[in-house]
Design a binder for this molecule. Structure first.
Ligand SMILES: [Fe+2]
Length: 192
């Protein structure tokens, strides 16, 4: 059974960029709900519980299971994987990944150009979804966004940086101001 991962910082630790109430609801209600629904979807398939979630998502389309269960795993397994990464890459203190920074500069020209492209992807995602920096199947870094809770693992990519642009991630503090949330979010991304 999947369980809610603990945060390595308090709900108020990312203030003033992400407020305490949003963090607490996001973690204990939204993320927990994805986990509960994922566990329910997997009840029929005890073998799949032992598979790493990334592999489950990578192999999802070829699994011999009901289509409705595939959709539930895609949405809720994606939700669990995406949020787990999201909590992990944020921190009140920076812990810059030098190797990643170098690769970002090589790929996108500079960290600022990377941020600009990623921001564009996050701002223009219509409705609910995520902006991503992934390692694609050829090993290259790539920026794109996905709808809903679709994980990059579904297309064989490995997520490195993911930004939640669902309204539940920012509405209490930012209301409709998604660009302001995104611009402030760089302050709590620990990797860059
Ligand atoms: Fe979320």
């Amino acid at each position: 059974m999947y369980t809610l991962p603990k945060l390595s910082y308090g709900y108020d630790a990312l203030e003033p960029y992400i407020d305490k109430a949003t963090m607490e609801i996001h973690h204990t209600k939204h993320h927990q709900a994805y986990i509960d629904k994922l566990n329910t979807a997997l009840e029929k398939y005890p073998d799949l519980i032992n598979k790493p979630l990334s592999d489950l998502l990578r192999e999802l389309t070829s699994l011999p299971i009901d289509e409705a269960d595939k959709i539930a795993i895609r949405n809720n397994g994606g939700g669990h994987a995406n949020h787990s990464l999201f909590w992990e890459i944020m921190s009140p203190t920076k812990s810059v990944d030098e190797k990643l920074t170098k690769e970002i500069i090589e790929t996108f020209g500079s960290v600022d150009e990377f941020k600009e492209k990623f921001t564009q992807s996050a701002v223009t995602r219509f409705g609910s979804g995520w902006a991503w920096l992934v390692r694609n199947d050829t090993g290259k870094l790539e920026i794109y966004s996905t709808a809903n809770q679709d994980s990059p693992y579904l297309q064989g990519h490995t997520p490195i940086i993911g930004l939640d642009v669902w309204e539940h991630a920012y509405y209490l503090k930012y209301q409709n101001r998604r660009p302001e949330y995104i611009s402030n979010w760089w302050q709590v991304l620990k990797l860059l």
